[in-house]
Design a protein around this ligand. Structure first.
Ligand SMILES: [Zn+2]
Length: 311
């Protein structure tokens, strides 16, 4: 929903400061490099080793990795697709998610990754959490936005790991995604800025006097002049957010509309003088913009209040 805060530098550095895995990747690359005497594959491995020395491949962001791949393709147009895929499959074990996750668990990194976030960044509806119970770490899913079988180099990249609810994680695993680059990604896009939800009411009188929830529908609109609006809309469609909010949260939405009608027309002056916000009277837990992920449906509720001129 909201752009996840950038991963804290100290944590990324701590994650990368693992001499054993750094060496394992370096040695693996060198071994393949020595085994291939010449040609584009040889040069590609050399580039990867140089990158690993300079930046540490484990810490690159998804954007950096794609830039690297694009650069490699430009540099070595002669590299056949088959050769490239073979090379990827040889290199993939070096970026083993299993090893990385073991380290993440031991170092409470996962707890930090989830900290400050309570609801899924895709649907903003289901809780995500990580905690320790009886010494065991318990957590909801950790989604690979770009699947690790298709993008082995992104298996352990921290910027590709998104805490997510199991419903969204399962949808992302399906084969329906043709082009992941077209969907808003929590570490890259600020969803909140790019799209807004409105309530479409078939008959306003009906709806407000004795709320006919079946006549209200959630619809989404791209925010004009936002270059990433298309990606945010694609995410909404992909996860079926309009239908989901309509069907699962219609009671909540109806209650919100009822309160808007009661409080916005008769908002007592003395409460204003005491500095009590009308939006708090209508819905006590409307989050600040930067805290959307801490509240269930925070984005939807904020947008509805905005639609009716409360915020
Ligand atoms: Zn979700």
């Amino acid at each position: 929903m909201k752009q996840l805060s950038q991963l804290p530098d100290t944590l990324v550095r701590k994650f990368c400061d693992r001499p054993r895995t750094y060496k394992r990747i370096k040695n693996g690359l060198l071994k393949l490099y020595v085994a291939t005497k010449k040609g584009a594959k040889h040069k590609l491995l050399q580039t990867l080793i140089e990158y690993h020395d300079a930046y540490d491949l484990r810490a690159l962001s998804v954007k950096n990795i794609f830039e690297l791949v694009a650069k490699v393709k430009l540099l070595y147009p002669n590299l056949e697709v088959h050769t490239y895929r073979c090379l990827c499959s040889r290199l993939a074990p070096l970026f083993s998610y299993k090893c990385a996750v073991e380290w993440l668990k031991q170092n409470n990194f996962i707890l930090s990754l989830y900290s400050g976030m309570r609801y899924c960044p895709y649907c903003n509806a289901d809780p995500v959490y990580a905690t320790r119970i009886k010494g065991q770490s318990v957590r909801s899913d950790l989604d690979h936005f770009f699947p690790k079988d298709k993008f082995p180099f992104l298996a352990t990249t921290l910027h590709n790991l998104v805490p997510a609810c199991s419903r969204c994680n399962r949808l992302l695993k399906s084969d329906q995604i043709d082009d992941l680059l077209n969907i808003a990604m929590p570490y890259r896009d600020d969803f909140d800025d790019n799209l807004h939800f409105d309530i479409l009411i078939e008959n306003i009188g009906d709806c407000f006097s004795r709320v006919r929830i079946d006549k209200c529908h959630v619809i989404s609109f791209p925010n004009k002049n936002k270059s990433e609006a298309g990606r945010a809309m694609a995410l909404t469609c992909f996860f079926g957010l309009e239908e989901m909010y309509d069907k699962i949260f219609f009671e909540d939405i109806g209650e919100l509309l009822r309160r808007i009608q009661i409080y916005s027309s008769n908002y007592p002056e003395f409460l204003k003088l005491k500095g009590i916000n009308v939006s708090q009277m209508i819905w006590h837990d409307i989050p600040d913009r930067e805290d959307i992920d801490k509240y269930q449906l925070g984005k939807l509720k904020r947008d509805i209040l905005h639609q009716f001129g409360i915020m």
